[in-house]
Design a binder for this molecule. Sequence first.
Ligand SMILES: [Zn+2]
Length: 318
Amino acid sequence: MSLFDWFANRQKTEPAIQPRPEREIADGLWTKCSQCGVLAYTKDLQANQMVCLECGHHMRTNSHERIQQLIDPQTWTPLYEGVQPIDPLNFRDRKAYTDRLREMQAKTGLTDAVQTGTGTIDGLPVALGVMDFRFMGGSMGSVVGEKLCRLIEYGSHEGLTVVIICASGGARMQEGMLSLMQMAKISGALERHQAAGLLYIPVLTHPTTGGVTASFAMLGDIILAEPGATIGFAGRRVIEQTLREKLPEDFQTSEYLLQCGFVDAIVPRTQLQKTLASLIRLHQPGSPPSAEPPPSDSNSQHHSPDTHAHLLPPTPQS
Ligand SMILES: [Zn+2]
């Protein structure tokens, strides 16, 4: 037997080295943190609201989980679930927009990129909108705009605090102008909500960009953000190329925006429910801080809530 044949025989008889089974990771039993690389038991992570137990990195979470994290059990009532997307421009890129929508609906169990409804947070009633990044990058089309607009109007009518959890890549290009006009439409509804002396709190999560940042994400009475979230309008590269300047490392993060005054507080996800409850409670009529008359020389950036507005009958909305 030649040396060559001997090697050939050996390769046939010896079992090939089996790759280590990665079934457990594929099954979702374990989740790897993209920040520190530590593997965590997914159930433990879920119990900690998808915040890494090792480094505190906030992993992505969907709208169903968000509602569970924030709203008291058995108090969630979904609103406007019948608002369905259509394809007004007959848009097609690599795929027809209608096919894309159908696929996303099957994958996420949602009709579009936002869930809206009412419920209580620590016993306090709120109107809550939660965007879902899984649905076409949380892009804002006519359905997102319409559902949020109706939610805000419902909140104004019923005298409820409105909370919107933002997660979006921006306006939905497949609907062109119709998605861009949602920015103004939602801003108008928020203006009327504010005129009624009611509270609106947006929570900016990773990522909040484009048309959402340019409208309702930045129009809150109090703007909260999750740690390490990317928040911006245009992308970093576009700005660098336009300005011909190198931007700081932490540019467009929650932390950078807090420093610059765009965000009022960074709240870890595990503290969000408690923080929202405190803010809503402070804003309620008769609570100690609002019982004091507002100082006349106040130059606060935020609007002092008009506590008497709560006592007036709600203005019917058209
Ligand atoms: Zn980690």
